[in-house]
Write a protein that binds this ligand. Structure first.
Ligand code: HEC
Length: 472
């Protein structure tokens, strides 16, 4: 497709060269400040043509990034995003020009291959949505999306699950929060129109539109993981052993006010550090678990009654997920194992206990197969219904795995990584004032569930944490 569209452009430019060949032409410098409306073909493409396509064109384009057409920008490199609309910080396209020192985009002496007013102009184009001539924004946050929090960056990314491109990035400082307010987990409303973010350090949970507007918020102490089902939003507590908090919170998704069956929003379960949380599909039961006590609480959502049972051997229950109304899976970070429970009867019944990698973190089902990232040894395991480990996924990109989101029709599993230890090597090191700024960049790995292989490593902000799948 690229090549068919290229031919008329080539013919055109040859024509142009011929017609001008009589008088010597030297390009007049463009006065970027005088351009009111950026038109891609008039203002942006000529920059790429003059400075980039000698390397970034066609099938052999460097980094597989084709800058001959807007569609090439949209396709991105095979690594991930060159441009995230409205977000220059997430956009490699301009960052490599000022922060890479790789001798290709910025020379060793620090001089840039294009003038700084060109970089600023490209940034302005990105800030306005990286539009084409028709005014289309580069991407829209629609379709199947993998949502991920970059906890230490103070941002949330929406990734198109099919392509692995970041289609939006939401910066919490634009909503009046500080970068250190720690967005920890994200879930989506039943209607798919909003997402909820827990901000640990701001003691708030916010409700946001995909256009990036905060429409409601709820104040509570150290909110952490969330589960959203049947109009309800359940919120657990962050892992602070000193916090004297013996409850979890349940709100109405629509109003973000306390759910009727709660005690002013809270459900007292009698233990501290209730971190894992999950509704059944019909939201008739809510599960949570106390990490230090090693107890799982089975809450009747109609009455608020709590039944408690032991997470055998106290393996440190940290996170959980539910398959339909039938199965509960709990990860034990201290015991390096997952326990699976059947939910058919009154009480949960232990089906399997499965040894996985070190410190299993968030689990999620893809069909009936359970997937979990192991925070302590940079692997991901899949577990079948018989409780057998199928895959142990490993590879560059997995660096302290944390969150997870699954996509059944695509057969993809997305796993976020914190990379606090810097095990993952960024694809291009970026520097500011001589210091590398991205050695701890968080990642999301796109994993093919059929083969158990990492297809793509997407660089996000620092400390990839909670994830969820969205469909809109
Ligand atoms: C002399 C060849 C050359 C030129 C000219 C060049 N690049 Fe590159 N570019 C590369 C190579 C090689 C890579 C692979 C990564 C690396 O090691 O730097 C790359 C990588 C990139 C990436 C990162 C892709 C990814 O996803 O990792 C971006 C973005 C990029 N170039 C943008 C540009 C832009 C914009 C221009 C023009 C202003 C440009 N490049 C000019 C050779 C070039």
């Amino acid at each position: 497709m690229k090549h068919r569209q290229l031919i008329p452009i080539l013919v055109l430019s040859i024509g142009l060269v011929l017609s001008c060949s009589d008088d010597p032409v030297s390009p007049t410098p463009v006065d970027y400040a005088s351009i009111d409306t950026i038109v891609y073909s008039q203002h942006i493409q000529p920059i790429f043509d003059a400075n980039c396509i000698s390397c970034h064109a066609g099938d052999n384009a460097d980094a597989d990034l084709d800058l001959e057409l807007w569609f090439g920008v949209q396709e991105n490199s095979w690594h991930g995003n060159a441009v995230v609309p409205f977000d220059t910080n997430m956009s490699r396209l301009t960052r490599v020009l000022t922060e890479s020192y790789d001798g290709t985009h910025q020379l060793q002496d620090g001089s840039t291959i294009v003038d700084m007013d060109v970089v600023h102009f490209l940034n302005r184009w990105i800030d306005e949505g990286a539009k084409n001539d028709l005014g289309d924004v580069l991407y829209e946050p629609v379709g199947q999306l993998a949502m991920v929090c970059s906890q230490d960056d103070g941002s949330i990314q929406a990734i198109d699950a099919a392509s692995g491109n970041i289609v939006r990035s939401y910066d919490i400082t634009k909503w009046g929060y500080s970068r250190g307010d720690k967005p920890h987990d994200v879930v989506v409303s039943d209607d798919g129109n909003f997402f909820f973010v827990s901000l640990i350090a701001a003691n708030e949970v916010i409700k946001v539109t995909f256009e990036g507007e905060v429409v409601a918020s709820y104040n509570m102490e150290i909110p952490a993981l969330m589960s959203a089902k049947n109009g309800l939003l359940a919120i657990s507590r962050f892992m602070n052993p000193d916090a004297e908090l013996y409850s979890v919170v349940v709100l109405e998704q629509s109003t973000m006010q306390p759910a009727l069956f709660t005690d002013g929003g809270t459900i007292d379960v009698g233990t501290k550090v209730n971190h894992g949380i999950a509704f059944t599909e019909n939201a008739q039961r809510l599960f949570t678990a106390s990490l230090p006590a090693g107890l799982i609480h089975n809450i009747d959502v109609g009455t608020g009654d709590v039944q408690t049972f032991e997470f055998a051997g106290n393996a440190g229950p940290v996170a959980m997920t539910v398959y339909g109304n039938e199965m509960l899976a709990v990860s034990g970070q201290m015991g390096n194992r997952i326990s699976m429970y059947g939910l058919a009867g009154e009480n949960a019944q232990l089906l399997h206990t499965v040894d996985v990698g070190a410190r299993p973190w968030h689990p999620a089902f893809l069909g009936t197969t359970l997937w979990v990232g192991n925070n302590g040894d940079n692997t991901v395991n899949s577990i079948d219904t018989d409780g057998q480990v199928e895959y142990t996924v490993a590879g560059n990109g997995l660096s302290e795995p944390h969150g997870i989101a699954t996509f059944e029709t695509l057969d993809y599993v997305y796993v976020s990584s914190r990379n606090v230890g810097g095990t993952y090597e960024p694809r291009i090191p970026l520097y500011r004032n001589g210091e590398q700024v991205n050695q701890f960049v968080g990642t999301v790995c796109q994993i093919d569930a059929t083969t158990g292989l990492i297809i793509k490593v997407i660089e996000i902000g620092d400390f990839g944490s909670g994830m969820t799948s969205a469909w809109r």
